[in-house]
Every structure is written in structure tokens, then in C-alpha cells.
Design a protein around this ligand. Structure first.
Ligand SMILES: NC(=O)c1ccc[n+]([C@@H]2O[C@H](COP(=O)([O-])OP(=O)(O)OC[C@H]3O[C@@H](n4cnc5c(N)ncnc54)[C@H](OP(=O)(O)O)[C@@H]3O)[C@@H](O)[C@H]2O)c1
Length: 383
């Protein structure tokens, strides 16, 4: 009898010790830096777990434009660090592949209509940060530039204000200017103004031409063999930026409250003329990729006709106008350096995106730059 009572007491003691040990190990997992308070709302966030895709960082983010080129990288980056991401989309088939970027239940697809405020409210109301990546290179019969970049941006900002969303990150474009000769860039500048009128603390991002695996820049140059036309003798100077660098900055905005109310311009470390980019594409793809210079006015006229085709998504007169404009970063504007990001050099990674245009016979050849130096280690980790 006495022996059984003693063994029972020992079991209780062991059990109490185990509970104590597990409680202290839980305590050790939470530190002060795991707690964050949102400046605007005072909302607390606590991280749970060691960090990463299968844990939770406590944030809920809504991404508009998630199905686009940059949007996919942004959703992936946010989900990888345990953010619950509401992917606001129009086409469920386009949004579905994004489900696997996060753990079970972390990616929440919700449909949105930019002209329907109810649906916008619905997708932002649980979030503490909203990313607006919506943009369109050309006008359609349903949406003008202003409807997408100004009215749409204002509607999202107003919904954020109404639902007390702590942060809004709005993506505009490098060279956005109300006096620009491009309607796209004028509307982007008006969009920035509209957003700041509603939410002065919005973070505005102005990326240059973005490149990456599914871009509409290097892929267009690489596939354009034989029909490639260009304007302004390909002399316009641009500073292409790696989409993954921009996505990395967007990830930093999630927690860096010092970025509230600031405007960032993201562009690559080197300036290129379009002709130099063509030359790079020729060297890597080992294809002639001829370009034909067309006077800008004729190109615009042709683009105007092509733009009337119901299925055209390639060219419009405003795009021709943008091909003639140099990238002009604003002097003194905040950029990658202010977020401690080193922008990727296009020369170093272009082979990843242009190699696929090579013939199979020379597919594995290393990239030899014009100066005869064989570039080694040009592979870059894609996430
Ligand atoms: N790519 C560049 O080189 C570049 C350069 C400068 C600035 N930017 C800006 O950066 C942002 C992201 O660029 P991106 O290349 O990722 O753009 P993208 O690939 O063209 O994607 C645009 C996104 O916006 C959505 N969208 C467009 N019109 C919409 C509308 N009326 N209603 C709802 N959604 C709409 C699209 O949804 P659907 O899939 O449903 O069409 C898509 O998810 C855009 O604001 C763009 O203007 C891009």
C-alpha cells in the first residue's frame, strides 16, 4: 500500500517537473524582440515558432496585383516568413498556384473588383498591411490608366483608412511625373498623390523596368528574333532592376516602420541604352536578334492600329512613348542602399533568363562577355 502511494507521489513529481520544464522552454522561445506594436494602431504582434514558412509572425497582409510578375514574388516572400497573406485577385485560375507558396491556411484567396468598394473592404479588413501592386501597361475597354492607377489606388487607400489598416505600400513607377509625355507615367504620379491625400503615411515604391524569369522585358527581347523594331535608335537610357530585389524590399516594409510615409526609387546599379541590352542578349543567346529602327511617329501610328485588335496585349502608343524616355531617378531619393540591399547587376544574372533562347547545341556554353573574359559563377539563387 505504502509502496503504491510512494510511486504515485513520484509520478506526480515527475509530471510536475515535466510541465515546469516545458513551460520554461516555452518562455525561452519568446523574447522581447518577438513582440511588435504597430505605431498607428498599437496592435500587438507576437511571433510563434522558430520563424519560417510553417510558423507565424502574427501579421496579416493583403496583396493586390498578386497574380502579376512582382506580385508572385512578394506573396512568396511574405508567406515564407509566416505571414498570413490575403491574395486579392480577379481570376481564380491565376491565383490558385500561389496557394502553395505558404503553409496550409496561410494563403487566403479572395476575389476583388476594383470598381466595387464592398469587395475591397472585404479583402483588407483583417489585415495590418496592404500592398497595392495593381498596374497596367496599356488601357483596355474596361479600364483607362486613370481608372486603374488613380481611382483604383484611391479606392484601396480609402478602404485601408476605413478599416484602420496600419500600413499601405503603394507601387508606382520610376519617372512618374504629372508633366510626363506618357499617359501611364502621368497617371502613376496622380495615383501617388491620391494615395498620400488619403493616407499620408503610405510607403510609395517606384521601381524601374523590372527583369526576372517571367518578365516582359528580356523575354520580349530574346523571343523577338526577326521582327524586333525599336524607336529612337535604341538610345533611351534605362536602369533595369531585378524583381527579386524589389520583392526583398517589399518584405522589409512589413516590419520596418521607419519606412512609413517615405518614397523609395528602385533601379539597377548600371545604366544601359536599349542597344546595349540587345547586345547583351545577342552575346548570351548567340543569336543575331536584329533590330529595326522605326521613326517614333510611325511606330505610334502602327501601335494605334494594332491596339484596336481585341487580343493585343503587346503594344500601344503609350508604350512606344515610354521606349523613348530615359530613366531619371530623383536626386537624393531613398533607394536600395537605405534598406541595406545591394542591387543585382544585370550582366551577372542575365544568362539565367536569356540562356533558354540559345540553340540546344550551345546551351551549356558559359557566358563570354565582349571583352573576352569568361564569366564564372554567374548563377544566382532564385527564390
Ligand atoms: N514590370 C515593370 O517593369 C514595372 C515597371 C515600373 C512599374 N511597375 C509597376 O509595378 C507594379 C507591378 O508590376 P508587374 O510587372 O507585376 O505588373 P503585371 O505583371 O502587369 O501585374 C499587374 C497586376 O495588376 C492586376 N490588375 C491590373 N489591372 C487590374 C484591374 N483593373 N483590377 C484588378 N487588378 C488589376 C493584374 O491582375 P490580373 O492578373 O487579373 O490581370 C496583375 O495581378 C504595377 O503597378 C506596375 O505598374 C512595373
Amino acid at each position: 500500500m505504502l509502496a503504491s502511494v510512494a510511486s504515485k507521489q513520484m509520478r506526480h513529481k515527475a509530471c510536475a517537473n515535466a510541465i515546469k520544464a516545458s513551460a520554461s522552454s516555452l518562455e525561452q522561445k519568446r523574447n522581447l524582440h518577438d513582440l511588435m506594436l504597430r505605431k498607428k494602431t498599437g496592435q500587438p504582434f507576437t511571433r510563434q515558432g522558430a520563424g519560417g514558412r510553417s510558423t507565424s509572425n502574427g501579421h496579416v497582409a493583403t496583396v493586390f496585383g498578386c497574380t502579376g510578375f512582382l506580385g508572385r514574388y512578394v506573396v512568396n516572400r511574405l508567406a515564407q516568413q509566416g505571414t498570413q497573406v490575403v491574395i486579392a485577385h480577379r481570376d481564380p485560375d491565376e491565383a490558385r498556384p500561389l496557394k502553395v507558396t505558404g503553409d496550409l491556411g496561410q494563403i487566403v484567396p479572395l476575389e476583388v473588383d476594383l470598381k466595387d468598394r464592398e469587395t475591397i473592404n472585404e479583402v483588407v479588413r483583417h489585415s495590418d498591411i496592404v500592398y497595392n501592386l495593381i498596374g497596367r501597361d496599356y488601357e483596355t475597354k474596361n479600364y483607362t490608366f486613370d481608372q486603374v492607377h488613380v481611382d483604383g489606388a484611391r479606392a484601396i487607400a480609402e478602404a485601408c483608412a476605413e478599416n484602420d489598416v496600419a500600413r499601405l505600400v503603394h507601387v508606382s513607377a520610376l519617372n512618374a511625373n504629372e508633366d510626363s509625355t506618357s499617359g501611364f507615367l502621368r497617371s502613376k504620379a496622380r495615383g501617388e498623390k491620391a494615395v498620400r491625400e488619403v493616407i499620408p503615411g503610405a510607403t510609395i515604391v517606384r521601381p524601374g523596368t523590372m527583369y526576372g524569369q517571367e518578365d516582359r522585358f528580356l523575354n520580349r527581347i530574346g523571343t523577338g528574333e526577326g521582327w524586333q523594331f525599336w524607336v529612337n535608335e535604341s538610345k533611351a537610357k534605362i536602369r533595369p532592376v531585378y524583381a527579386i530585389d524589389v520583392a526583398q524590399a517589399m518584405e522589409i516594409f512589413l516590419t520596418a516602420e521607419s519606412t512609413i510615409g517615405k518614397t523609395y526609387e528602385f533601379y539597377g546599379p548600371k545604366e544601359y541604352t536599349y542597344e546595349q541590352i540587345f547586345e547583351l542578349a545577342r552575346e548570351i543567346s548567340k543569336k543575331p536578334l536584329p533590330t529595326y529602327n522605326v521613326p517614333t511617329s510611325i511606330a505610334k501610328l502602327a501601335a494605334k492600329l494594332v491596339d484596336r485588335l481585341p487580343y493585343n496585349q503587346m503594344i500601344c502608343p503609350d508604350l512606344i512613348e515610354r521606349m523613348t524616355l530615359d530613366d531619371k531617378p530623383t536626386p537624393g531619393a531613398l533607394t536600395f542602399a537605405d534598406l541595406y540591399i545591394e542591387p543585382t547587376d544585370l550582366d551577372a544574372v542575365a544568362i539565367q533568363f536569356l540562356r533558354r533562347f540559345r540553340s540546344t547545341a550551345i546551351f551549356d556554353l558559359p557566358f563570354e562577355k565582349g571583352d573576352g573574359q569568361v564569366k564564372k559563377g554567374v548563377y544566382h539563387v532564385i527564390d
